[in-house]
Design a protein around this ligand. Sequence first.
Ligand code: KIV
Ligand code: ZN
Length: 551
Amino acid sequence: MHPDPSKKYRAFPPVHLPDRQWPNRVLTAAPRWCSVDLRDGNQALAVPMNVSQKLELFQTLVKIGFKEIEVGFPSASNTEFTFNRRLIEEKRAPDDVWLQVLVQAREDLIERTVESLIGAKKVIIHMYNSTSPAQRRVVFGKSKDEIKAIAVNGAKMIKDRLHRLKGTEVMLQYSPESFSMTEVEYAKEISEAVMDVWQPTPQHKMILNLPDTVEVAMPNVYADQIEWICKNIKHRDSLIISLHTHNDRCTGVAATELGLLAGADRVEGTLFGNGERTGNLDLVTVALNLYMHGIHPKLDFSNLAAIIDVYERSTGMTVPPRQPYAGELVFTAFSGSHQDAIKKGLAEREKIPGAHWDVPYLTIDPADIGREYREVIRVNSQSGKGGVAYLLESEFGIELPKDMQREFGPIANDAVDKLGREVSGAELKAMFWQEYVERITPWSLKGFETESKNGVVKCRAQLLRNGQAVEFKGEGNGPLAALVHGFTTAGVPRFEITNYSEHALSSGETAAAISYIQIKTADGQTRWGAGVDTNIELASVRAVLSALNRL
Ligand code: KIV
Ligand code: ZN
């Protein structure tokens, strides 16, 4: 790295906007959306989509609810042209969906683009040329006026050909490409020059798309640029102001959200942010960010997994595990305190149906986008007792008493630590079984009978102690009291039962009941034990033996 970056780089100059309004606003409605997956997304793939992949993705975009879809650059290649023709000729676009096509301000390309649109129901012709100082100087070697002339001539060429699209509803879109690196005054000047040609009206607006082609500043600067244009451009009411952000500084979503506050009406982007370099704006994130604020985005992501599936298959890209909303790990809590808080939040919701979502650490209800609560908690060595208990309960109906959770939590963490990976619910249950239920030394059960008379219970226990048969009798006010008494008669150091609970196990289990018992020895040691049996009395006896075996 450069020892003094200021010698090599400089900050992007801020916009003079002393009376900026966007910081005080809040978003209250969804914008118009336009997916550019099939163009900006497709052009950035190592292997671009073939026609059938594009068709599948197109249908998916329609199903999600996009009403404006940039389907490609029909003048760029035969594949693009053919794809466009197929969409039109096979009437693949519903009547309310606009097919958007991109074209540079060049006559041959415009000619071919118009040809590709004949017979369509609704189209957006999107023309662009680059306007930033670097592009003017380095790429075109042209003055501001010469660059403006490119845009104006392109606009005229399109206008002159519109008569060929009889029966087609046409909307026109202009992008001063690299807008965010362009002087705002010049972006206004060139956009107004295009407006002079296209003559938009409040009844027949044109789209003015203001791309953050390469992010070079913080998102507040983009918001200022958008607000400046909204305030200063002529005939604002004849324009649909559109945002098109990329993600070079990882603030594409932020720039779009602030741009909407600044007055924009429309957002272009791609699913999961696919696109050139670091990608385009991730439409899914912006839409679901609105949703989590109670604003319906008018896009349907209720089966996000199915959308991810089509996206990954058609683009060959993968959705990273920590991608907002969509990533595999987004609804997974590893930390014990998070797990505990989530568990409490979910439990509270069950008691207050209809309450606003307020579950710690979960931005939205995973179920709203087709995710499952089961994915919320997994267990690794950092997981707390809450996560362990949640998993045992949610997957197997094993309801550990609170105090036993405190004992088993660290035992499970230790075992998971040794494995060096996270474990499934089934593995966790196996650990619990091994630690408590399957302990058979020194004590194991051969037989246990009781009889009750006048409130006194007498028991006869047949046990093995390290493989040797031991038999004793005892009595008390219940079977467990009788068992404890019997143990003392057999010379086992005194202990008492300090905690007891039991419940039926879920139907999948061969055994019907589980019993949890905590004992305390005369010298103050406490241990939990668990026993499983079809007979609840025997489950309790087994639990006592399990606790003794853990001393
Ligand atoms: O990023 C960009 O500037 C573009 C334009 C063509 C709109 O994709
Ligand atoms: Zn782009």
